[in-house]
Design a protein around this ligand. Structure first.
Ligand code: GUN
Ligand code: FE
Length: 470
């Protein structure tokens, strides 16, 4: 691909030169060698120059002289920042805990008691700072968060993302169903829940340092079982009034899917559509049991799906039909589902997405004949998973991130193969760019993430030497 400069309203303040890999489209890896990328004051990529561009040498000389060039070493490369579409921020302290339980028991015995503790803002401050900085160190430049039903702690999560520089979508959880939510952790009633959600949207949009809307509010009915029809109707109206994002769990497990069918006589997707909660700005977590009709509804509304392969392996009794969704042109990204999933790494999510797709395709019950075991043509490969974790997730959120293109925000990771603690240096002789990226996705650790940028700002830096001198 050849690139040349386009002009920007605001001056270019930083230039980066070296190897960039990204996947704007799912079907091919795009590799930019010895390329110069210029980022303006607003964090927007204002110029991409390949070595064959007319003004490449002249620009290189100029930016070397004026000190704005950061030159990668031959052992460094950049990829776009990673987007995690489904994180329960308050569940960070229970990472890896009690995953042997069925979802309902896990929620009742572990999750709800933990989430109720976020009335304590000191506790919330500690946990949220730890979570957001860990995700940034893992290269997650955008996260979509469920918070708790506490307005103050939800605002604190949004402020923490702003302070630490993470692009985020933050939702106050709404849950008012007396039969499904414990007395100690429930909205008083639908009206109170809707009012609190509305205030939370205003508070996040109005945060002092949020003028560029780096952090956006999200209408967040936990899932249909925990919400009354009155609440779901009110939140649908709120979505239409505020044009806010919406997130919820959709057709996650046998229990949850059947519960909604029995209560409402229709699928989660159909119900969400009828409540006004399925829009272009909706992200449906899991969606394992969605039918072809549900997929058509999601496609028509333009909604997106957060595929959470690790969490699904524990709680969902199923594998999300990813290939089927992609064939129907649904927008899909990946989510860790912390703490239903026990890893904070989106590279791990990529690995899990590939692994479960292989199991779905081949099937697992060896008592059945090979040809009857699985669901044919379901697999994805690591490149497709990488696309989902970068450009795919960004597309679901309509964020201008996820690839290196003029006009997009510079959300990026600098990977260094030379970190003394790493597991990557033995791969320096990979035979192809695809092989190298495969090694990175399967082996890179936070110590390999030399620097992480969101909107042009460096928000995390590793322990190595950083860039070579220009
Ligand atoms: N369904 C409702 N709440 C939750 C949750 O916290 N985690 C998961 N995985 N599923 C849910
Ligand atoms: Fe979840």
């Amino acid at each position: 691909m050849r690139h040349s400069t386009t002009h920007s309203e605001s001056p270019i303040v930083s230039w980066y030169r070296g190897l960039f890999m990204h996947m704007p489209c799912m079907d091919s890896l795009d590799v930019l060698e010895e390329t110069l990328i210029g980022v303006d004051q607003n964090g927007t990529i204002a110029s991409i120059l390949s070595p064959t561009a007319d003004n490449y040498q002249q620009t290189l000389q100029m930016v070397r002289q004026n000190g704005s060039l950061q030159q990668m070493t031959p052992r460094q490369l950049m990829i776009p920042g990673l987007t995690d579409l489904h994180v329960h921020a308050p569940q960070w302290p229970q990472l890896g805990m009690a995953l042997h339980l069925p979802l309902q028991d896990w929620l009742e015995r572990y999750t709800f008691p933990l989430e109720a503790r976020y009335s304590d803002l000191d506790f919330a401050r500690q946990v949220y700072a730890s979570l957001v900085s860990t995700l940034l160190a893992n290269g997650t430049t955008t996260a979509m968060y469920f918070a708790t039903l506490h307005e103050e702690a939800t605002e604190l999560l949004a402020s923490t993302c702003l302070e630490l520089g993470q692009r985020a979508h933050v939702g106050r959880v709404a849950m008012d169903h007396a039969g499904q939510c414990p007395d100690y952790y429930r909205d008083a009633d639908a009206r109170a829940a809707i009012a609190a959600s509305e205030r939370s949207i205003r508070a996040i949009r109005g945060l002092d340092n949020n003028r560029s809307a780096l952090v956006k509010p999200v209408i967040t009915p936990r899932f249909i079982p925990s919400c009354t029809n009155e609440l779901l109707t009110g939140l649908g109206e709120l979505a239409s009034d505020t044009h806010c994002h919406v997130q919820t769990h959709c057709s996650e497990s046998d229990w949850e899917h059947d519960h909604v069918l029995q209560r409402l006589g229709k699928s989660d997707t159909q119900a969400l559509a009828d409540f006004g909660l399925l829009t272009r700005h909706t992200v449906l977590a899991h969606s394992n049991f969605i039918s072809d009709h549900d997929m058509a509804l999601i496609h028509e509304a333009g909604g997106g799906i957060a595929h959470c392969p690790l969490s699904n392996s524990y709680f969902a009794n199923s594998v999300f039909p990813l290939r089927r969704a992609l064939q129907k042109s649904l927008r899909v990204g990946l989510g860790t589902d912390i703490a239903g999933g026990h890893s904070a790494s989106m590279f791990d999510s990529c690995q899990h997405a590939v692994a479960v797709s292989r199991l779905l395709e081949s099937g697992v019950d060896t008592r059945l004949p090979t040809t009857e075991r699985g669901s044919s043509a379901s697999r994805i490969d690591f490149l497709e998973a990488f696309h989902l974790a970068t450009a795919g997730g960004a597309e679901v959120l309509d964020n201008p991130t996820g690839s290196f293109q003029v006009g997009r925000q510079f959300d990026a990771l600098l990977l260094d193969l030379d970190n003394p603690d790493n597991r990557l240096d033995e791969f320096q002789h990979a035979a192809s760019w695809e092989d190298l990226l495969g090694c990175i996705i399967h082996n890179a650790q936070p110590c390999n993430m030399q620097q992480v940028w969101v909107a042009g700002h460096c928000v995390a830096a590793g322990s190595g030497d950083g860039f070579a001198r220009s």
